[in-house]
Write a protein that binds this ligand. Structure first.
Ligand SMILES: NC(=O)NCCC(=O)O
Length: 385
């Protein structure tokens, strides 16, 4: 079976197991017997059916507390393929993606989503495999005035949503430099801040370091009307300290907008964002692109194999993990989709109280050790026999 044919691992299981065996699988694998699937309104279901995208919703309830009200928030994750082929003019490609995504966002609105996040570089093909500067750099946009921000700001106001928009940024104040950036737009359509990708891959066809540097915005947490959110962009999910810092700064939900392909990372996908949710007692939302993107000119991968035009298969499979480690099934590996998670943010503190990971994490010990380890003449702490 080709990589782009299997719909989802979750479906393989739910189609194969039944009764008690399926319950036991769910308990051990997902962390709960009942997936807590939520009803999808006919309006949203109709939008999904007529526009060819999947829509799924799950609940993450928390224990009722005496001293705090529940803090129920609806999160929306969108995964999608590009809309027209990459040899079309830039403006047409972008517009076609806007049209596709607008329909998915309107379904999210019909489902009362409060905070919505798109995939990495959602408004363009992931052309960084090519190492060509033109025309791909022309997709870069200023954060405040770029077409993607203008487009999403209007929808944010219309739907009373916070929208996270991961784009290729053009910083026209600092020498027209390019960055991989997530823009946070509040429910009034105002850009409340941005975060630039901290860790840039140099693996496989991910030649992103040809285009932009490691980010210089630290680990910001954005206090929104609905909760404290942060964004760990794609390759940052392999770096536990990147996740840790968002937790230290108080994040309750960390989105991980990604672009990654099956040949490289699919066996890691279900592990990393889930582990981060457990280790940091927050919700994580892992979002991946979908589809196979083909480029006009051939490129090589530096592995002795023939030059080719395809990046490989972006395998979707977006999912949400709660601070207790329970998770949703993934969206499809091959289809556009909207994943909705209704979460109670009170679960973050409840899990901190239960497991005590923030109390026991020994930041002081690691700060001292790391301070030593980064010195050029550091002697590793090894006891010789
Ligand atoms: N976009 C990106 O950082 N991809 C790198 C590959 C991966 O992290 O799986």
């Amino acid at each position: 079976m080709a990589s782009a044919e299997l719909t989802s691992l979750d479906e393989v299981i739910s189609n194969s197991l039944k009764g008690k065996e399926l319950e036991e699988f769910n308990r051990i694998h997902y962390g709960r017997i009942d997936q807590c699937a939520l009803f999808i309104s006919s309006v949203a279901a109709q939008k999904a059916a007529s526009n060819g995208f999947e829509i799924k919703a799950y609940d993450f309830p928390a224990r009722k507390e005496e001293c705090r009200k529940p803090r129920i928030v609806r999160l929306g994750l969108i995964q999608h393929s590009i809309a027209i082929s990459t040899d079309n003019p830039i403006t047409q490609q972008r517009l076609a993606i806007f049209e596709k995504v607008q329909k998915i966002i309107s379904a999210a609105a019909a489902e009362q989503v409060n905070i919505l996040c798109l995939q990495e570089a959602w408004n363009m093909p992931f052309a960084f495999c090519t190492r060509e500067k033109q025309p791909w750099c022309d997709f870069a946009e200023p954060v405040l005035t770029g077409p993607s921000t203008v487009f999403l700001a209007e929808l944010a106001v219309k739907y009373d949503m916070v929208i996270i928009s991961p784009i290729l940024e053009r910083d026209d104040i600092h020498g027209d430099t390019i960055w991989n950036t997530a823009v946070v737009i509040n429910e009034f359509g105002k850009v409340i801040g941005k975060h630039r990708k901290n860790h840039i891959p140099r693996v496989g066809d991910f030649n992103e370091s040809t285009y932009y540097f490691e980010g210089n915005t630290g680990h910001p947490v954005f206090e929104t009307k609905y909760g404290k959110v942060a964004i760990n962009i794609c390759y940052g999910r392999h770096h536990p300290l990147n996740w840790l810092m968002f937790g230290i700064n108080g994040a309750e939900i960390v989105f991980n907008p990604s672009a990654t392909v099956s040949g490289l990372s699919e066996h890691l996908w279900a592990v990393e964002a889930r582990n981060a949710a457990i280790a940091n007692s927050y919700y994580t939302c892992a979002i991946n692109r979908v589809g196979t993107e083909s480029f006009p000119n051939e490129f090589t991968s530096g592995d002795g194999k023939p030059a080719h035009k395809d990046f490989g298969h972006f395998y979707g499979s977006s999912y949400v993990t709660a601070p207790d480690g329970s998770r949703t099934p993934g969206l499809s590996r091959i289809k556009d989709g909207l994943l909705i998670a209704q979460v109670d943010l009170n679960l973050c503190r409840q899990i901190k109280d239960k497991w005590g990971f923030t109390m026991t994490q020994r930041l002081d010990l690691y700060a001292q050790s790391l301070n030593e380890a980064i010195k050029h003449d550091y002697v590793p702490q090894v006891v010789h026999k």
